[in-house]
Design a protein around this ligand. Structure first.
Ligand code: 13P
Length: 256
């Protein structure tokens, strides 16, 4: 993992209710404990619970983020949540381009790029998700798809702006399926993304940006995945709802 500080995100997706979200937050903070000194941990609860989870986090040293953000900073955009509103509730990050939004809601690359720019404008850390479908992988196009998604999301951004981002490689076929990419599969996508950052910007930026893996990460496979040299942590779905699983994934990121 080199000397990049590891990063673990807990993407709760559309799970839970208010009381459970607060309880999960408190238990996660207690279970992770002092490990937060060596890993950046951010929780991404559903929007309605953002403020309560932020309160429950208090001084735990764990970050808070939205699962999406509007490409607009304010205005007549019914149902959307601006990055400034996430920041106003104590959030410091936003997931952008998750495949469940790309695929269920048809979010195109250009919209994802606009959301990335809006997040940066509001001083949120964009956690930009990319990843190929099984069909794209089977057709031999996995790396081309991921490259297209990264290029599109970063279009027009400066090196300093990209330096605030985290990139998440989440192969769609591994999300919620129990099928995990092998460390070699993850490494080949991550190393391609890092080389691309070097080509688009410079070697220093490429070396410093965290590229995390998502897709059926569990306590049992986290250490092996995080041992790949260009895998700097994980974006965790199902296992982020289980206190002990998530805490041990965070500890695996510290040890990698
Ligand atoms: P799972 O860990 O449930 O496969 O989800 C991964 C994910 O989509 C995180 O954003």
């Amino acid at each position: 993992m080199s000397n990049r500080r590891p990063y673990v995100g807990g993407n709760w997706k559309m799970h839970g209710e208010l009381a459970g979200a607060v309880e999960l937050t408190e238990n996660v903070a207690a279970a992770i404990g002092e490990a937060v000194e060596a890993v950046d941990v951010t929780l991404f609860p559903p929007f309605p619970y953002l403020q309560a989870v932020g309160h429950a986090l208090r001084q735990a040293g764990i970050g808070l983020g939205g699962q999406d953000c509007s490409p607009h900073l304010e205005g007549a955009h019914t149902g959307q949540t601006s990055p400034a509103m996430i920041a106003d509730l104590g959030g410091s990050a936003a997931l952008i381009g998750h495949s469940e939004r790309r695929n269920e809601l048809g979010e195109p690359d250009a919209l994802i790029a606009a959301k990335t720019r809006a997040a940066i404008a509001a001083e949120l850390q964009p956690v930009v998700c990319v990843g190929e479908t099984m069909g794209e992988r089977e057709a031999g196009n996995a790396l081309q798809v991921v490259e297209r998604q990264v290029r599109a999301a970063l279009e027009g951004l400066t090196a300093a702006q990209v330096g605030t981002a985290v990139l998440a490689y989440e192969p769609v076929w591994a999300i919620g399926t129990g099928i995990t990419a092998t460390p070699d599969d993850a490494q080949s996508a991550h190393s391609m993304i890092r080389s691309l950052l070097g080509e688009l910007y410079d070697a220093g930026l490429a070396d410093s940006v965290r590229i995390i893996y998502g897709g059926s990460v569990k306590a049992a496979n986290a250490a092996e995945l995080f041992s790949a040299p260009d895998v700097d942590g994980g974006l965790i779905g199902g296992a982020s709802l289980k206190v002990d699983e998530f805490a041990s994934i965070c500890r695996a990121a510290v040890s990698a």
